[in-house]
Design a protein around this ligand. Structure first.
Ligand SMILES: [Mn+2]
Length: 269
């Protein structure tokens, strides 16, 4: 299991240009050809955003089983990467792995014009230090998931998985998804709630990296939490254009020299 202490020791930093004024954060869009309305909302967002930088904090794709998905003629994936690449021509674009798309690699980054960020990463802009994460590594009470996470993030597992044919990987991904749904159902039957971020661990990450804010997704529980130390945890929403009401949200960080930074949620649907 990845401990918070181990991951904070070498937390990478991203130095943001001081000219940046508006940064946008999204996560858990879960792009899939089966959800055209969400994909349309996402394309519209990419076409219209005025941000200086867009940060995708994991689970952009419902599933990513290897970068050869880019080159197999799957028109949905190609449309997704082209739209991101167009955005990257006018906006800095960053991508962090989620638990669905942790196999996204450098070929996909190149196709999208994106820079891959480690999880977690400290975003540094002048005096501001903001910790970015997908969030799943902090869901410590889901012991089975943490063990699974450690397994699938290992180089050996990924090497063996990627060596399989695309249809085999698709079948295995479906099987893993089904297994995860069954485990979630068992948790709910046993009276346990869905796993959530551990507040003490989040606070430890923040203190260890000298950050006041943690921005993350994964839990699909958009909220602001004030932690015991007075630091903040801001949770991004997932996207689902077919939900009632529909969910498609960006978190916008406004930066102004000499003035306090402002964070606001912006609903796109
Ligand atoms: Mn996730």
């Amino acid at each position: 299991m990845a401990s918070p202490d181990a991951s904070r020791l070498a937390t990478p930093e991203l130095l943001a240009p001081t000219a940046w004024r508006t940064l946008e954060f999204v996560s858990d869009v879960h792009l899939s050809a089966d959800e055209p309305a969400t994909a349309a909302a996402w394309s519209s967002y990419l076409a219209h955003t005025q941000a200086d930088a867009v940060f995708v904090l994991g689970d952009l794709f419902e599933v990513w089983i290897g970068d050869d998905q880019c080159t197999t003629g799957d028109s949905f994936t190609q449309a997704c990467t082209q739209a991101l690449h167009q955005l990257s021509q006018r906006t800095a674009l960053f991508f962090m792995h989620g638990n669905r798309d942790f196999l996204a690699g450098q070929d996909l980054m190149q196709a999208c014009g994106a820079q891959l960020l480690a999880d977690p990463t400290v975003l540094v802009w002048g005096p501001e230090r903001v910790l970015l994460s997908h969030g799943d590594a902090l869901c410590l009470d889901d012991v089975r998931y943490m063990a699974f996470r450690a397994q699938v993030r290992s180089a050996d597992w990924q090497h063996a998985f990627l060596a399989q044919s695309l249809p085999k990987r698709q079948a295995l991904a479906r099987q893993l998804r089904l297994q995860s749904q069954q485990e979630q159902a068992q948790r709910l039957d046993a009276g346990q709630s869905w796993a959530d971020v551990d507040h003490a661990a989040a606070d430890q990450w923040l203190q260890g990296t000298g950050c006041q804010w943690l921005l993350h997704g994964h839990t699909h529980r958009p909220a602001h939490h004030l932690l015991a130390s007075g630091r903040h945890r801001e949770v991004l929403s997932d996207w689902d254009a077919r939900a009632l009401p529909p969910r498609a949200e960006v978190l916008r960080l406004h930066l102004q020299p000499g003035a306090p930074s402002r964070l606001e949620r912006h609903a796109l649907l």
